[in-house]
Design a protein around this ligand. Structure first.
Ligand SMILES: O=C(O)CCC(=O)C(=O)O
Length: 293
C-alpha cells in the first residue's frame, strides 16, 4: 500500500466521480487477525450498550435469527481503546484528507459480525441518520474477512452521492435488519464491492449503499466501520456527540434535528425526476436519537 498524494490521486478522482473508492491493503493481515480476535472476544464477553440485532424477521419475534447471537456493536471507541485508536488511525486520516482536502471529524464506530445466514442492511444514505450540516458525512469501511456476493459484500449505487436525501420506504425485513430503505432510481445500477480483508472502502454520506444477506454456509463477513464528518460542518445529530478531531481532542459542534424534506422519484414529461416532500415513513429506530447508521 502506498498513501502518497500521487497514489491517492486515482482514488480522489473515483471518489469525486462516483461517490466512493476502495484503497487496497491499508491494514496488514496481522492487524486484521488482531481485530478479529479482539472483537470476537468482546462479543463473547456479553452485551454492550447499543448492541443491535435488528428488527424482528418479517415482524415475527419467534423467527430464529443468527444476529441474536452476534448483534452489531456501536460506539465502541467510547469505551474501547483499540477501537478509538483505529478510528483516529493516521492512515485513515491521510486517505480522508486526500479525498476531502481537509482532515475530518470522527463521530462513530460500529462492528458488524454478519455471520452465515444473517440479513444485510437495506439500501440507504448515511446522512439520513447523521444529519450533518452543512455538507455531509463520510464512511470508512474495513472488512475483517474477504467479502463477495455470497457472504454479503457491500453494494453501492455509483453516482448517487449527487442526489439529495431521499425519502425512505419500508424495507423487506426478511432481507434487511433495518426497517427502512430508499428506492433505487431507474437507470442507476446497484454494484457489488468485492474486497479483501484489510482493503478500505470510503464513501460519501449521500451515496446509496447497503448489503444483501450472507448466504454462505460457513463464512462470517465482519466489518469495522468509522463514520466521519467533513471538517467544515457546524452541526450533527445528537447521537453522534462528542465529535473528535483526528488528534483525539474534542470539538464543539451544534446539534441538528432529524426530519425535514426528502426527495421522491416521480414521472414528469416521460422522465424520472426527484420531487422534494416531507418524509412520512416512520422507522422504529430512527427517532431522536437515531441508532442505525
Ligand atoms: O456492513 C454492512 O452490511 C452495512 C453497513 C452500512 O451500510 C453502513 O455502515 O452504513
Amino acid at each position: 500500500m502506498s498513501l502518497t498524494p500521487q497514489a491517492l490521486q486515482a482514488n480522489r478522482e473515483q471518489f469525486d466521480r462516483e461517490g466512493y473508492t476502495v484503497v487496497r491493503s491499508v491494514f496488514s493481515p496481522m492487524e486484521i487477525a488482531e481485530f478479529v480476535s479482539h472483537y470476537m472476544e468482546m462479543r463473547r464477553q456479553g452485551a454492550h450498550e447499543g448492541d443491535f440485532a435488528g428488527v424482528p424477521i418479517g415482524g415475527d419475534d419467534n423467527v430464529p435469527d443468527p444476529l441474536q447471537q452476534y448483534p452489531r456493536m456501536i460506539h465502541m471507541h467510547r469505551w474501547d481503546g483499540k477501537s478509538l485508536n483505529w478510528m483516529l488511525d493516521d492512515r485513515i486520516n491521510t486517505i480522508m484528507t486526500a479525498l476531502l482536502d481537509k482532515s475530518p471529524y470522527a463521530v462513530q464506530t460500529m462492528l458488524y459480525f454478519k455471520p452465515p445466514g444473517a440479513r444485510g442492511q437495506g439500501l440507504h444514505q448515511d446522512q439520513y441518520y447523521l444529519r450533518v450540516q452543512p455538507g455531509t458525512c463520510m464512511a470508512a469501511w474495513l472488512p475483517l474477512d474477504d467479502c463477495d456476493e455470497a457472504n454479503g459484500c457491500m453494494q453501492v449505487v455509483p453516482g448517487s452521492h449527487l442526489l439529495p436525501l431521499l425519502c425512505t420506504v419500508p424495507s423487506d425485513t426478511t432481507q434487511s435488519f433495518t426497517d427502512v430503505m430508499v428506492p433505487v432510481p431507474e437507470g442507476m445500477q446497484v454494484t457489488p464491492v468485492i474486497m479483501k480483508a484489510g482493503d478500505m472502502f470510503f464513501f460519501n454520506g449521500q451515496m446509496i449503499h447497503g448489503s444483501y444477506p450472507n448466504t454462505s454456509s460457513d463464512r462470517f463477513r465482519r466489518s469495522l466501520i468509522g463514520h466521519y464528518i467533513v471538517g467544515d460542518a457546524e452541526k450533527v445529530a445528537k447521537y453522534y456527540h462528542p465529535v473528535l478531531r483526528m488528534d483525539g481532542s474534542e470539538v464543539e459542534l451544534g446539534i441538528s434535528k432529524s426530519g425535514g424534506q426528502c426527495g421522491v422519484w416521480v414521472e414528469r414529461d416521460g422522465k424520472t425526476v426527484i420531487e422534494m416532500r416531507d418524509n412520512k415513513t416512520k422507522s422504529l429506530f430512527t427517532e431522536d436519537p437515531p441508532l442505525i447508521a
